[in-house]
Design a protein around this ligand. Structure first.
Ligand code: DER
Length: 231
């Protein structure tokens, strides 16, 4: 799977980073690590004009710093040329479930400011209907003060919601923005656009892991070593 992630990421960076690229959005998770690796290689070996890399989490910030790439932020570089990010599941229309790493709030902000939003993933994420492969539910970033009422509201909507608990830290996961994550399993999601609209309107849900009509390219590393592009 690691080789599949690396191949998808290298292919995506090689196809979307040019000498014209100035500002790059860097997603979160284990696949986008290889995008940073490839970008750093190319900055070193080619005359690229990258001026800023915009992180989507503490992890992404660390990746940018450790790769020696120029770290900056949206308020200094509001127009992102291309953003790379992973996904937990991608459907036939390139709608995604994201948030496996609890970073979906900043990821969606960066993706929303990018001219091009590119997904990199291994073959396990390639799906037809969201919720069919990814069984852990739609990650929702929520305000801690209201997580219990939200669990009830989500149950009333037919979901099976769970407050995401931390590993090797007592209590729930706390996001980079100081919020909690509720994973709400809705089963197969035939209309992710409608579900996203309904969820984001509920007070206390500050962001959902449904990225609809955002990604225009998705690179999947396949088991046979090939890379499949869906766009
Ligand atoms: O948390 C996130 O949204 C990540 O992008 C995640 O969905 C993908 O993580 P992975 O590349 O480690 O599978």
């Amino acid at each position: 799977v690691t080789e599949a992630k690396r191949k998808a990421s290298y292919t995506a960076v090689d196809e979307h980073i040019t000498t014209e690229t100035r500002v790059v959005g860097i997603g979160s998770g284990s696949t986008v690590v290889f995008c940073v690796e490839r970008l750093a290689q190319r900055v070193k070996s080619e005359n690229l004009g990258i001026k800023a890399c915009i992180p989507t989490s503490f992890q992404a910030k660390q990746l940018i710093i450790e790769a020696g790439l120029p770290l900056s932020e949206l308020n200094q570089f509001p127009d992102i040329d291309v953003a790379f990010d992973g996904a937990d599941e991608v459907d036939a229309q390139l709608n995604c479930i994201k948030g496996g790493g609890a970073c979906q709030l900043q990821e969606k902000l960066v993706a929303s400011c990018a001219k091009k939003f590119v997904i990199v993933a291994d073959y396990r994420k390639n799906s037809m209907v969201l919720g069919e492969q990814w069984k852990l539910g739609v990650p929702l970033e929520v305000i801690p003060m209201v997580y219990a009422p939200l669990l009830s509201k989500l149950r009333a909507l037919g979901a099976n919601p769970v407050l995401r608990m931390a590993m090797r830290k007592a209590g729930p996961v706390v996001t980079d923005n100081g919020n909690f994550v509720i994973d709400a399993d809705f089963g197969g999601i035939q209309d992710p656009v409608a579900l996203e609209r309904m969820l984001i309107a509920i007070p206390g849900i500050v962001e959902t892991g449904l990225f609809c009509n955002m990604a225009k390219w998705a690179y999947f590393g396949m088991q046979d070593g090939s890379v499949q592009l869906r766009s």
